[in-house]
Design a protein around this ligand. Structure first.
Ligand SMILES: C[S@@+](CC[C@H](N)C(=O)[O-])C[C@H]1O[C@@H](n2cnc3c(N)ncnc32)[C@H](O)[C@@H]1O
Length: 471
């Protein structure tokens, strides 16, 4: 079928054979000579799809009916699957998820980076595919997300505690049970919900800016099982906070730390807010990675899948090879990679944007008795320059672990000038990693590619790429 004979959306495209999957996890098919991306469809499916958008070269569609299921299809195990945007791939068997994640790394390196590279190592699967996270962020909202059926039944706005529905900032999907952390976390969240409703504590209205309870974050140490509960509220009220925290501490002895934020801003971000420790509870949790301990303060950045982070860091540790004199840990967060590989260098220099993370990094060094690491706080493209390299020494090895957007071009240029023998590039976004690797190709060749699955049932994939300086 040609472009011009395709009807105007919405319409149902029948019997689409799904042949591939895109970076966002959507099934890819063809309708005549036009590519169609179908949400929740997977390779091997034959589906009817409701096309809702038509552009010149592609169309977007929602799954209408699975006519013939792919052998990789499975029944999603979460009751919130489909509405909650958290685990997009629960309908795909874990082996299939791994296959497509590994494929996406290879595709990015060859298609975006146009690079030559050795065959990637088999993807490191997660040790557990449920209860693998150590932190979840929930929101309170005066307006719950209502399904079509609930709206048809005339259901009205009601308070909800759960996750934001993708693309809808003021409505929250009430969560009864989430499989991403151990079951006690569901019990805690539901106890907060029941207690607050029974006692008339108002949930925040994200448009009208009224109400009291705003956010609930639950962190749990994979090592000790101890739990930190963090609440953000719109006004100071020790009586209500005391009642809520008191109930939680009595019912859940694993809660060792109760923290609260006063948030009177128009948005929910904790940025610029001071965490306050409730009474005599602990100001942080302690987590372990390998032989090292880490203090997790309320706003500390810490890898959310502890056990898999340990395996990721082991890959980095091994990739360093022989011990070196100077190693740089770029985008170092709270210093966890640098500390984990601290036996591999006489001197380690960490650079990180967030000031508090750098303070945490220094505390974590003291906690572990490692004193050959130093940290700089600030923007990488300003801090990483020849002056710093002169002052701290030229690195033999550079580890870089940037955010999803990848590295800024001036940072890549500094890496090329650094003279480092080896660069270990850890990334959570194969597309930006491939873009940066294409620039680094001027001076470095890829010697190892190791994809790692940190987040089962999502489309995300982590990848470690080792580069060696060209002769
Ligand atoms: C993917 S995290 C890595 C954290 C750490 N390596 C770890 O494994 O825990 C990326 C880090 O880069 C930091 N970051 C983002 N943009 C930055 C910039 N322009 N300059 C320096 N650090 C930055 C973030 O604050 C974050 O801590």
């Amino acid at each position: 079928m040609s472009q011009s004979s395709i009807p105007k959306p919405p319409f149902i495209a029948e019997n689409l054979e799904i042949t591939d999957i895109d970076q966002e996890g959507r099934g890819v098919s063809r309708y005549g000579d036009v590519v169609v991306f179908v949400e929740k469809a997977i390779p091997g499916d034959v589906v009817h799809a409701r096309v809702f958008k038509k552009k010149s070269r592609f169309m977007e569609a929602a799954l209408h009916e699975v006519v013939k299921p792919s052998p990789l299809r499975q029944q999603p195990f979460c009751r919130h699957f489909g509405t909650c945007g958290g685990c997009q791939w629960q309908h795909l068997q874990y082996s299939g998820q791994l296959q497509f994640k590994a494929q996406s790394v290879k595709a990015a390196l060859s298609r975006i980076g146009n690079l030559s590279f050795p065959e990637p190592k088999p993807i490191l699967s997660a040790l557990a595919d449920t209860a693998y996270r150590n932190k979840l962020d929930f929101s309170f909202s005066a307006r719950s997300w209502l399904t079509k059926e609930e709206l048809n039944q005339g259901m009205q706005d009601q308070p909800a505690l759960g996750f934001h529905v993708r693309g809808v900032f003021d409505k929250v999907l009430p969560i009864e049970s989430c499989h991403l952390m151990p079951p006690v976390v569901n019990d805690i969240r539901n106890a907060v919900r029941d207690f607050s409703v029974q006692n008339g504590y108002e949930y925040y209205h994200l448009k009208q800016h009224t109400g009291w309870l705003r956010n609930l974050v639950i962190r749990m140490s994979a090592d000790s099982g101890k739990i930190m509960v963090i609440l953000s509220v719109a006004s100071e009220d020790s009586e209500k906070l005391g009642a809520l925290f008191g109930m939680l501490q009595t019912r859940f002895p694993a809660i060792s730390s109760c923290i609260w934020y006063l948030n009177q801003k128009l948005n929910d971000s904790f940025q610029g807010l001071e965490p306050r420790v409730w009474k005599d509870t602990a100001p942080y949790l302690t987590e372990r990675l390998g032989q090292y301990q880490f203090q997790i303060s309320p706003r500390a950045f810490f890898q959310t899948n502890t056990r898999q982070a340990e395996r990721l860091y082991q890959v980095v540790h091994e990739a360093i090879g022989e011990s070196v004199d100077v190693l740089y840990d770029l985008y170092c967060g709270a210093g966890s990679i640098g500390i984990f590989v601290s036996d591999k260098a006489k001197k380690i220099v960490g650079i990180e944007y967030v000031d508090e993370a750098v303070k945490d990094a220094a505390d974590n060094c003291r906690l572990n008795g490692v004193n050959h690491l130093s940290f700089y706080a600030g923007d990488m493209k300003k801090l990483l320059n020849s002056e710093l390299l002169r002052k701290e020494g030229r690195p033999q090895v550079i580890i870089t672990d940037p955010p999803r957007a990848g590295m800024d071009a001036p940072v890549v240029a500094e890496l090329l000038k650094s003279g480092a023998e080896k660069i270990i590039y850890v990334s959570c976004n194969p597309a930006t990693q491939a873009r940066d690797l294409a620039l680094l190709d001027e001076g470095y060749r890829i010697t190892m590619v190791q994809p790692v699955d940190m987040f089962p049932h999502t489309t995300h994939v982590e990848c470690v790429v080792v580069l060696e300086r060209k002769a």
